[in-house]
Design a protein around this ligand. Structure first.
Ligand code: PMV
Length: 330
């Protein structure tokens, strides 16, 4: 099945009438159990299930309406760069009728300095806005499957708090959707440590494809991810922070290990990334309950509890702290 066929099938469930505009917000998210590897690149079906935490009010606001002669794509108030606009227009091709165009205005409130990927919140907000524009009346699960076609991690950005994206087993991808985990954890904090804002040379799709195709270590990834996914769910249910931190950090490092064993080798880290990891390990040896995770880039995301906020700030003065369970909005 192609992505176009998938969309056609899903749109058969649409109920309402088109409106004149749509506007929505979706939060950014950080995976604690990473999505790494596609079992179907066109449908964006993952090899393994993943689990994330959304960043509350940090994310993307998107408004969409019909346009007359061509797509008009704006990012943070200005015409979007060509590659960004092309990615959105390609995605809109999945939904447009002949001769139909869109105006999309998208704004990220994630400080650009945070070095956080915005494609997850971006595609989730766009899908929610399109749902209003077209009047589909889809539920979050259906919307998560449409967001999945824009970017895998966007599947999880339909929700506040903890979200799981079930890998699913079906070839048509109808069981590969995200849902919210009920638990909240108000004391949980995420600290963003920016190492570099530079655009990465290898995007996540080509990075994961190269890893799946060439890395011997990738063989062990699906089983580890499955195990970590279960451990994290247990840790969240029991509010067991050391278990959550340890599992998330180990999961990220295992993912990066699969990349190092790819050919050509893939390393998203900078020397400062490694220095910061070592600083976290030293702090932990000194008794601080502090862990990190790293996505396909050089920046660290620290995990800690509110009670250790002052200690973390003292060690990392530039840390940007996010409280995922305060002022949720989505
Ligand atoms: O959604 P993508 O295609 O940008 O891939 C995301 C990959 C990771 O950020 C490394 C892991 C994840 O689950 O978010």
């Amino acid at each position: 099945m192609t992505r176009q066929q998938f969309v056609k099938l899903l749109l058969k469930r649409a109920k309402g009438k088109p409106g004149t505009r749509g506007a929505a917000f979706a939060p950014a998210n950080i995976a604690l159990c990473k999505y790494w590897g596609k079992r179907d690149p066109d449908l964006n079906l993952p090899v393994n299930s993943s689990l994330s935490i959304s960043l509350g009010k940090l994310g993307t606001h998107t408004a969409v309406k019909f346009a007359k002669t061509a797509d008009r794509i704006f990012l943070n108030g200005k015409p979007a760069p060509a590659d960004f606009a092309a990615r959105i227009s390609n995605y809109l091709d999945l939904f447009r009728a002949d001769g139909q165009f869109f105006e999309v205005r998208t704004k990220n409130n994630i400080p650009t300095a945070a070095g956080l990927a915005s494609s997850a919140s971006g595609f989730a907000a766009l899908v929610k806005a399109l749902d209003q524009l077209f009047g589909w009346g889809f539920n979050s699960r259906e919307l998560s499957m449409l967001a999945r076609l824009g970017s895998g991690s966007a599947t999880r950005s339909l929700y506040d708090g903890f979200a799981v994206w079930h890998a699913g087993v079906r070839a048509d991808g109808m069981d590969s959707y995200a849902e919210r985990l009920g638990s909240t954890w108000p004391a949980l904090r995420i600290g963003i440590l920016e190492v570099s804002k530079a655009r990465k040379k290898t995007g996540s799709t080509s990075g994961m494809n190269r890893t799946v195709e060439t890395s011997e270590l990738y063989e062990s990834w699906p089983a580890q991810a499955e195990c970590d996914f279960d451990e994290l769910r247990t840790a969240i249910a029991a509010q067991d922070f050391p278990m959550l931190g340890k599992t998330a950090e180990n999961n990220a490092l295992a993912m990066h290990a699969t990349m190092l064993a790819a050919w050509p080798p893939l390393c998203y880290w900078k020397p400062q990334t490694v220095a910061l990891m070592q600083k976290v390990w030293q702090a932990r040896e000194n008794g601080l309950e502090l862990y990190f995770t790293i996505d396909a880039g050089p920046n660290l995301k620290l995990l800690f509890l509110n009670e250790n906020q002052a200690a973390v700030k003292a060690l990392f003065p530039n840390v940007q702290i996010v409280s995922p369970f305060q002022n949720p909005k989505a």
